[in-house]
Design a protein around this ligand. Structure first.
Ligand SMILES: *[C@@H]1O[C@H](CO)[C@@H](O)[C@H](O)[C@H]1NC(C)=O
Ligand SMILES: *[C@@H]1O[C@H](CO)[C@@H](O)[C@H](O)[C@H]1NC(C)=O
Ligand SMILES: *[C@@H]1O[C@H](CO)[C@@H](O)[C@H](O)[C@H]1NC(C)=O
Length: 188
């Protein structure tokens, strides 16, 4: 191989490496994201539809055995809850969390939650996109779920979503069972 051919070959290899597609872009996205998303904290309130309620709820039983089983085993609830900046209903709306939970433990006490956090509007949070979490939640106790991925600012996100119930369930004016939660998202 003469010198000219060698130079062409080297150039070709350099080009090939530079354009090897997913490797560099995935690695770059991961590196970018790692340095950019801090831990985010939001609040949400759960309002489970009471038997006679016609309004004010954001969660409803959407499936399960009939008649119901002890500890609500097998019951599925669907929800669409607001995420707000402070623990107040009139606080800045940051987004929503939509998904479902299933009462999967025969003896009660835990649920399996699958949920997507939707932060599509420009808010004081400063980040836009969606990310999802999946896992067990211990009823009435602080619990972490893995964050399994996301879109836009949260592309390739991993981490944990830590949920803390704040207080006990109370009944609102419509007969819905309401409870506030704090969510902390810790990104890797
Ligand atoms: C719902 O309404 C029915 C019929 O009026 C009543 O018997 C029942 O006690 C009510 N349940 C609750 C939780 O208010
Ligand atoms: C985005 O903002 C619009 C207008 O204020 C609102 O109707 C919508 O619910 C918001 N979406 C989310 C996911 O917060
Ligand atoms: C919730 O209720 C339990 C049992 O009634 C009580 O011991 C506990 O202090 C309550 N927690 C809060 C935060 O109000």
């Amino acid at each position: 191989m003469n010198q000219l051919n060698m130079a062409v070959m080297v150039q070709f290899l350099v080009l090939l490496l530079a354009h090897s597609p997913s490797f560099s872009s995935v690695a770059e996205a991961r590196k970018l994201r790692k340095s950019s998303i801090p831990t985010l904290t939001v609040y949400n309130y759960l309002a489970i539809k009471g038997p006679n309620s016609t309004q004010g709820f954001n969660a409803v039983q959407c499936g399960g055995p009939s008649p119901a089983l002890p500890n609500l085993f097998g019951a599925v609830f669907c929800f669409d809850m607001p995420l707000v900046k402070k623990k107040r209903v009139d606080s800045e709306l940051l987004g929503r969390v939509q998904g479902s939970w299933t009462t999967t433990q025969l003896t009660g006490g835990t649920i399996v939650v699958s949920e997507t956090f939707i932060l599509t509007n420009k808010t004081s949070l400063g980040y836009r996109g969606t990310f999802s979490a999946l896992g067990i939640e211990n009823i009435g106790r602080k619990t972490s779920k893995p964050i399994t991925g996301g879109t836009d600012d949260f592309e390739l996100a991993t981490g944990i979503a830590v949920t803390t119930p704040l207080g006990n369930v109370t009944l609102d004016a419509f007969g819905n069972g309401v409870l506030w939660f704090k969510y902390k998202f810790v990104f890797q």
